[in-house]
Design a protein around this ligand. Structure first.
Ligand code: GRF
Length: 195
């Protein structure tokens, strides 16, 4: 299976996905890492791992979402991906774009969905007095952060946690969860698998 990954920043999840796919028993191979930000640090990490990269600056399209996506689709379709992974990708995609990848598009979200879709998930969990937080890998549908859940990883919220300390704890678990779920998904598994 050919996997393309979309990032917006550091790409720590992308690195783990690529490194896992570079072990020889994996059913998938990374074929492209693309970003909406040409300065995304993850692009250099992908290149260092030998993965082709592309960058389409969304700011060049000043709010014309469809035009940005049309530009992003060029390198993306050239790579002929079977699966598209969003990993720290911070742009909302239109239903037209998502329809092209429906059923083969994954995202990782830093909360225990359906709790806390959207942004600032860790601050919201702490403010709510939750004792647990975590991450969710789900199939991407046109409803933001609400497609079928493929797996979750949980962490405790500790007394004195800030959104930064909690984010760091959750990120470690994201790095375990996403590669595992992608392996399963690429092998055809669709039932939920929590860690
Ligand atoms: C992190 O907040 C992570 O929880 C979320 O996206 C952000 C950046 O992740 N999935 P990455 O290091 O770019 O993968």
């Amino acid at each position: 299976k050919r996997v393309a990954i979309l990032i917006s920043g550091g790409g720590s999840n992308m690195v783990r996905l690529v490194q896992d796919m570079q072990t020889d028993d994996h059913p998938a191979r990374p074929v492209l890492v693309a970003s909406n930000d040409p300065a995304a640090a993850g692009l250099a990490k992908a290149a260092a791992l030998g993965v082709p990269t592309a960058a389409v600056d969304h700011r060049a399209f000043r709010g014309d979402r469809a035009a940005f996506e049309a530009a992003l689709l060029e390198p993306l379709l050239d790579a002929r991906p079977d699966i598209l992974c969003l990993a720290g990708f911070m742009r909302i995609l239109t239903p037209a774009f998502i329809d092209r990848f429906e059923g083969r598009m994954l995202n990782i979200h830093p909360s225990l969905l359906p709790k806390y879709p959207g942004l600032h998930t860790h601050a919201r969990a702490i403010a709510a007095g939750d004792t647990e937080a975590g991450a969710t890998v789900h199939e991407v549908t046109s409803d933001l952060d609400s497609g079928p859940i493929l797996g979750q990883a949980r962490v405790p919220i500790e007394l004195g946690d800030t959104s930064e300390t909690l984010a760091a704890r959750v990120l470690q678990r994201e790095h375990q969860l996403y590669p595992l779920i992608l392996r399963r998904f690429a092998a055809g598994a669709r039932e939920r698998f929590d860690i």
